[in-house]
Design a protein around this ligand. Structure first.
Ligand SMILES: [Zn+2]
Length: 117
């Protein structure tokens, strides 16, 4: 930010420029009236940086593993109703499904960035 101040004086009657320190009547017209002009100027420099980010998300289901995951989940529930051995089988199917999950369903996140460097 920079400031600038200019002060000037002139005769109010005839407009003749006078030194600010001038006293007494105007040398041209004899008037005692003065007009002081104060000019203030201020400059403010603004610098801004612009940037943007776009995030898009999509879920991708594996064409073979995802149906298998659903089958394992349903199978584990059904097996649970088939007595103690079914419970063990159901638990095994659940563990396989737990391991398979991240491979069958993936979240794809795409991030785009732009703007001033
Ligand atoms: Zn004058």
């Amino acid at each position: 930010m920079s400031k600038e101040t200019n002060v000037s004086a002139e005769c109010k009657a005839c407009g003749r420029p006078l030194p600010i320190s001038h006293q007494g009547p105007c040398p041209s017209c004899g008037s005692e009236q003065r007009l002081f002009k104060v000019n203030l100027s201020d400059t403010l420099k603004v610098t801004a940086r612009m940037s943007w980010q776009k995030t898009s998300e999509a879920t991708e289901r594996h064409p073979r593993l995802y149906p298998l995951l659903l089958a394992l989940t349903v199978g584990a529930i059904v097996a649970g109703f088939l007595g103690p051995i079914g419970g063990v089988v159901g638990a095994a199917l659940t563990l396989i499904a737990f391991w398979l999950g991240p491979h069958a369903i993936k979240t794809i996140r795409q991030i785009e960035r732009g703007g001033d460097p």
